[in-house]
Design a protein around this ligand. Structure first.
Ligand code: PBG
Length: 341
């Protein structure tokens, strides 16, 4: 601007003015590249043995549900168009031991819950967690060595195969190993095929980071009280949050071993991993917006520091934009309701 120019006479000679397409709602609508759809959402649900529904303190709106209430919740979700639920058990402390023996019980809570859902709401896909942490007294995802200092890989994988076959037998559509043991996807695929469950799919928690964002979940399923802490260190099996190449490598291994989905978890703090994996892999990509991501938005909104709905919707849109095909999120039901309205 020359000092002689009046401000109103000042004109930029621009070949392109991006704001031109932001002027009206209609123009902005045509420009929108990414949408969150009901079909993208998977609802994680917590099942418990009996009693009234119980709120989870650090996760407002999430409840531990008995099987009957869980089935009702699945019916409502299916009615809203949600395609899948992921079931996690809140186990009574009396059923936990160092080996997580209860995971091998053919009548364990999760399996009864799966049968009840598939009977009442067959159209909703049911995903079950394959990991020992809800069942172990120490809260780790596997079996410990004699010194109690290290989670043993191959011994744990053998247990996971057993769990996955029991889940398939109960009628689950997708088994989801969340344990991060090496070689478990291939071993589970083989065990399922051998038992005749060739159509049971595998959603591999492939790039699962050793994250502080899991704290509220550990309260929800009770693995924190068993272990005496929400910050149990799982870094000998979950991934280092600093590592990008390792995450892609491990996820591609899962794909090679036969995973039908690969997953990045948590989601919001790992959008770069989601994008890179979407570009590197050919299978369906899931992202898990975990308990701490949910709790964070609720907490800030409660303090009046963030707008709840806008922050929630933006957090999901960002995960979708990064490249996720489906999103496991505790916001699933309320967002489905909003999208349906
Ligand atoms: C472990 C498992 C975790 C979550 C689900 N299954 C993490 C952990 O305890 O290490 C976290 C889910 C969440 O935070 O929402 N098998």
């Amino acid at each position: 601007m020359k000092s002689s120019d009046k401000r109103e006479d000042f004109k930029l000679d621009l070949p392109r003015r991006p704001r031109r397409m932001r002027r009206t709602a209609s123009l902005r609508g045509m420009m929108q590249e990414t949408y969150v759809r009901v079909e993208d959402l998977i609802a994680p649900l917590i099942v418990k043995e009996s009693g009234e529904k119980e709120p989870v303190g650090s996760m407002p709106g999430l409840f531990r549900l008995n099987i009957e209430d869980l089935v009702a919740e699945c019916r409502e979700l299916a009615g809203l168009g949600v395609l899948a639920v992921a079931i996690f058990p809140n186990m009574d402390a009396s059923l936990k031991d160092a080996e997580g023996s209860e995971a091998g019980n053919p009548e364990t809570l999760t399996l009864r819950a799966v049968k009840a859902i598939k009977e009442a709401v067959p159209e909703i896909s049911v995903i079950t967690d394959v990991a020992l942490d809800p069942y172990t007294s120490h809260g780790h995802d596997g079996v410990l060595n004699a010194e109690g200092s290290y989670v043993m890989n191959d011994e744990t994988v053998a247990r996971l195969c057993e769990m996955a076959v029991l889940q398939a037998k109960a009628g689950v559509d997708i088994v989801a190993p969340s344990d991060m043991m090496d070689g478990r996807v291939g071993a589970i695929r083989e065990a399922l095929d051998e038992a005749g469950y060739i159509d049971t799919a595998i959603m591999a928690y492939s790039a699962k980071f050793a994250s502080a964002y899991y704290g509220p979940y550990r309260e929800a399923v009770g693995s924190a009280s068993a272990a005496g802490t929400t910050l149990l260190g799982k870094e000998t099996y979950q991934m280092n949050p600093a590592n990008r190449r390792e995450a892609i490598m491990d996820a591609l291994m899962d794909e090679d071993e036969g995973a039908d989905f690969v997953m990045v978890k948590p989601a919001g703090a790992y959008l770069d991993i989601i994008r890179e994996l979407r570009d590197a892999s050919q299978v369906t990509l899931a992202a898990y917006q975990v308990s701490g991501e949910y709790a964070q938005i609720h907490a800030a909104a409660k303090l009046g520091w963030l707008d709840y709905e806008k922050t929630r919707d933006e957090s999901l849109l960002a995960i979708k934009r990064a490249g996720a095909d489906v999103i496991l999120t505790y916001f699933a039901k309320e967002v489905a309701k909003k999208l349906r309205a």
